[in-house]
Design a binder for this molecule. Structure first.
Ligand code: TEU
Length: 568
């Protein structure tokens, strides 16, 4: 019976695992330079293990001039000096394996750093053997057709290089030239470096903007329909799936590894092309539908904060669950190093509601179908820092956006106000280990300011000691998921789709069925399910006082309350 169930469910470690994302620059400094490092993660491995998570996703730790905090790699086979040495890395990996933790690294191969040897060679001459590792447009052909850059002050993705009288393409900063995947030699280089890390024992890759790697190298004028919305255009290169299939055949299929693609611009209708098991491309990917729910990309790419409705939030997650109901597999995340902290964005970080909404959002990720991804600090409810001044920021995205607005005589104050909610640096402040000056992150001045609310109980030390803390609720919820296969593989059924206060759904597998009730509201709510009157509901967990038994289908829900009931 067990074997058939296993096969029928197509059980996989990366489906049952819980991922903990570490932004190494902000996790733990041990070298005293105010910057997190690999020895800092080694120091905290027992803490990470105690969370009950299984897989660590490590943001880039490779050699880099840090124009974009490591997403600009100058050597794919060496460790950034600020973070430590390869010996530190090997010790970290060994420490993880000892504890049964798996390591997923970041594969950043849509672009490299302009300080990478490949680019240094490529820009030397048009005949250089590395010329075709990048996208060059000879100046004699005239100005290349408009392409947008995420980080360029003029938002221009073409940079003129006098050395060879040509332009090179960079979808991100000028120091992040795009690699030319159309060149099979370049692809082989990338497959080799992937094998290098897999042979070291790494268990997978999160693949940075993998949806952008294929380009139409004739660089036609952008079709009208993409005006202002260039991301879907970047994400539909002609050879994208050929490359992902080739990568799988030549590398991924040779190892027991996990892959998750970061896929901005991918529409829900294209989802199964990436993760349908029969296509042998990726295991899962991050879509951006939720990440763009509460923001309007205004001119100058200022991510204008917009109100959002719970019904929209529910629809996004229900539609994507539906796509992967029989084929493929989904990823569940509410924040990461590119987006504001989830409790401040999707919950309510006011003193009154912080605890309930932080734990409610944990319950959501741990009761949905799809591999849950937690970002460091989410287990203790870390919030946005909401910097007051531009000088507090370190992120190229904010600094260059501000420069664009300044140059265009735009409203810088409005921009700074908006960045309090929208900026990436909200997610990059040091991990809050205790309530000391630098929150136990470093003895020296941290590279970016610590959030002062580490002195208001939002720190590990205080929450370790409190059995009811956000941290200990997280641990309980993790164990609940791990001990109920239905919460991992069970069918998902949305209830009360029109309710703007409560997100209600069931998870069921064979005879087992669970009801999950989540309040996204500051006000109390009462919900009733006709189909449940007479059904026994036994409470398994809640982040607030709740009725332990309900049998008439009516549930009282407190502000930002979460409840998981077993139905029978
Ligand atoms: O992010 C790609 C991406 O889509 C983001 O730029 C996102 O749109 C933006 O951050 C919204 O605020 C990946 C990495 O996750 C990001 O950290 C890098 O800056 C970027 O690629 C370039 O490597």
């Amino acid at each position: 019976m067990q074997k058939e169930k296993h096969l029928e469910l197509n059980r996989q470690w990366w489906k049952e695992g819980i991922v903990y994302q570490i932004y190494p620059r902000s996790f733990q400094d041990t070298s005293g330079n105010g910057i997190g490092d690999l020895r800092g993660i080694i120091k905290r491995l027992d803490y990470i293990k105690s969370l009950g998570v299984d897989i660590i996703w490590l943001n880039p730790v490779y050699e880099s001039p840090n124009d974009d905090n490591g997403y600009d790699i100058s050597d794919y086979r060496s460790i950034m000096k600020e973070f430590g040495t390869m010996a530190d890395f090997d010790e970290l990996l060994a420490g993880m394996k000892e504890r049964g933790l798996r390591l997923v690294m970041d594969l950043v191969v849509n672009h490299s750093s302009d300080e990478h040897r490949w680019f240094q060679e490529s820009r030397k001459s048009r005949a250089n053997p590395y010329r075709d590792y990048y996208h060059w447009w000879p100046a004699e052909k005239g100005i290349p057709p408009k392409r947008w850059s995420f980080f360029d002050v003029e938002s221009n993705a073409w940079k003129y290089d006098q050395q060879t009288d040509a332009y090179y393409l960079h979808c991100f900063s000028v120091k992040q030239p795009d690699l030319k995947w159309e060149n099979p030699k370049l692809r082989e280089e990338i497959y080799d470096l992937m094998r290098f890390w897999f042979d070291k024992g790494v268990d997978g890759f999160r693949m940075d903007v993998i949806s952008f790697i294929s380009k139409d190298t004739d660089f036609p004028k952008l079709p009208e329909k993409y005006n202002g919305e260039f991301i879907p255009f970047y994400a539909n290169g002609p050879k994208l799936h050929d490359y992902l299939l080739e990568m799988n055949q030549k590398v991924l299929s040779q190892y027991d590894v996990m892959t998750v693609g970061e896929a901005p611009g991918v529409h829900i209708d294209e989802a199964l092309q990436f993760v349908n098991e029969d296509r042998n491309e990726l295991n899962m990917f991050f879509h951006f539908d939720l990440m763009s729910l509460d923001r309007e990309t205004g001119e100058t790419f200022m991510m204008q904060k917009e109100p959002w409705k719970l019904t929209e939030f529910k629809k996004i997650h229900s539609d994507w669950d539906g796509v992967f109901a029989n084929k493929g597999w989904g990823s569940m995340y509410l924040n990461n190093h590119d987006f504001p902290r989830s409790v401040s964005r999707w919950g309510n970080d006011s003193k009154t509601h912080w605890y309930n909404s932080a734990t409610m959002l944990q319950t959501f990720l741990l009761t949905m179908r799809g591999t849950p991804y937690f970002y460091y600090g989410e287990e203790i409810g870390m919030t946005n820092i909401k910097f007051e001044t531009l000088s507090d920021y370190r992120d190229i995205n904010t600094i260059n956006r501000a420069e664009t607005i300044r140059q265009q005589g735009g409203n810088l104050e409005a921009f700074i106000e908006n960045e309090k909610d929208a900026s990436r640096d909200n997610a990059r402040t040091p991990m809050q280990w205790d309530s000391s000056e630098n929150a136990g992150f470093s003895v020296e001045n941290p590279w970016i300011s610590v959030n002062g609310n580490c002195r208001e109980g939002i720190n590990v030390a205080a929450q370790e000691a409190d059995t009811h803390s956000v941290l200990n609720y997280f641990r309980k919820m993790v164990q609940l998921r791990k001990s109920h296969l239905t919460l991992i593989y069970g069918e998902y059924q949305l209830l009360l789709p029109e309710n703007e206060q409560v997100y209600a759904y069931t998870r069921s597998l064979e005879k087992e069925c669970y009801l999950i009730l989540l309040s996204f509201s500051e006000d109390r709510a009462t919900v009733h399910f006709d189909e449940m009157s007479g059904t026994q509901a036994k409470l398994l967990i809640s982040n607030d006082d709740a009725n332990t038994r309900v049998d008439n289908g009516t549930f009282e829900v407190r502000p930002y309350q979460a409840m998981v009931y077993k139905l029978f």
